[in-house]
Design a protein around this ligand. Structure first.
Ligand code: SAM
Length: 365
């Protein structure tokens, strides 16, 4: 089975490592590839069949898709890939031609092997790049091709609102994927624990990527601009044994973080502090790890106050940080100046796609 796994752009290597770890635990043969056909934010896993023994001693097949949906912290979707191909020049094709190519391709696939004809279905499409067709056009065309194919074997049923089976297509540049989306309509990064919706919250998948980059070893950990608590909550959900602190300047957001932690079942694993990160040393004498999604001045506050905020914060961080910090921001110039002038060294830098932006991520010591 081939599983097309989606995640944020820029963290494919971390998602690949997570999937390899999870699949190793199952003891199945597998091969995992980052950016299949060069598509960013995607990982492909080729996995052998997995089995378990039920209470009556019978051998049962284990659904690897379900297992990854349940266990992954970095993935957004788990899609059973039916087919993929590169459609040279599809970006320049007129709509009729482009849709005709997609329809012919899908019509030739043995869709009936993947679903029961009696199950209701819908097609959801994702499109990225320059094309003369929309994702809605693709959904309609692929839906028709699947309907016509399944009609040979029975009476297919379409249900756009509550389908039993979701087919997912992706057209990214010239690359086309078709598969069955085992995740459903809500992406895995939308965590069920989120009862307070911070206007600038971090995707949980990216929060976990930042945690991976920090490599916390059980030492004390702080998010000094914790907002709705995404990073501390995701760390606590991993069963982290060390002290976890969530510091936030605004009472409303801190209350929201507490509500989220309560909903996640980790309220008693996190210390919540109402305070100003530019006075960090007033709240903690020392801390091993600091990981944060810094204010960018886009959704909250003003951009002009960012350089001073960063300079003051990193000045305080220099007094207390023992091991490693990981920070994500759009404000490259301001953060690099604050990091360097306060005696830290940049150990790693990468760009991560978040909210339609490519955001700078730094590991510092
Ligand atoms: N990662 C968070 C989440 O997922 O909800 C969002 C963090 S948001 C980008 C930055 C947060 O920093 C905001 O909640 C803002 O209120 C807070 N903040 C701004 N200035 C602060 C300061 N001086 N000290 C502490 N928190 C501050």
């Amino acid at each position: 089975m081939r599983l097309l796994l989606t995640t944020s752009q820029g963290i494919e290597d971390l998602a690949k490592a997570e999937v390899e770890n999870l699949l190793s635990e199952l003891g199945v043969p597998f091969r995992v590839e980052e950016k299949p056909l060069g598509v960013e934010g995607r990982v492909l896993a080729e996995v052998g069949e997995a089995f378990y023994t039920d209470e009556k001693g019978r051998k049962r097949e284990l659904s690897v898709g379900t297992y990854l949906n349940e266990r992954s912290r970095l993935l957004h979707r788990v899609i059973v890939e039916m087919a993929s191909d590169r459609f040279e020049g599809i970006g320049e094709d007129e709509p009729e031609k482009a849709l005709g190519r997609i329809e012919d391709f899908v019509a030739s696939l043995p869709v009936e092997r993947f679903v029961k004809v009696s199950e209701s279905f819908a097609v959801r499409s994702f499109r990225k790049g320059e094309h003369k067709i929309t994702s809605l056009d693709i959904s309609r065309t692929v839906g028709k091709a699947i309907f016509d194919r399944l009609s040979r074997f029975g009476t297919p049923r379409v249900n756009l609102d509550h389908p039993a089976v979701i087919f997912r297509t992706e057209l990214v540049g010239e690359v086309f994927f078709l598969g069955i989306d085992t995740t459903g309509d809500s992406s895995l990064h939308k965590r069920p624990w989120r009862v307070y919706d911070h206007p600038a919250h971090l995707k949980a998948s990216i929060a976990n990527a930042l945690i991976e980059l920090a490599e916390p070893d059980g030492g004390s950990f702080i998010d000094p601009f914790c907002g709705s608590g995404t990073i501390p909550i995701e760390l606590a959900l991993r069963g982290y044994s060390g002290r976890v602190i969530c510091l936030e300047k605004y009472r409303k957001h801190l209350r929201g973080a507490e509500m989220n932690a309560l909903s996640a079942g980790v309220y008693d694993k996190i210390e919540f502090i109402l305070g100003d990160a530019t006075k960090l040393s007033e709240y903690v004498d020392r801390v091993d790890f600091a990981v944060s999604n810094l204010p960018y001045g886009l959704k909250i506050g003003r951009k002009s106050m960012i350089p001073k905020l960063y300079m003051d914060f990193f000045g305080e961080l220099a007094k207390v940080l023992e091991k490693r910090g990981v920070f994500i921001t759009t404000e490259k110039k301001a953060i690099e100046k604050a990091i360097e002038e306060n005696g830290f060294e940049i150990k790693h830098h990468r760009l991560i796609g978040h909210g339609g932006l490519m955001v700078h991520t730094y590991v510092i010591e």
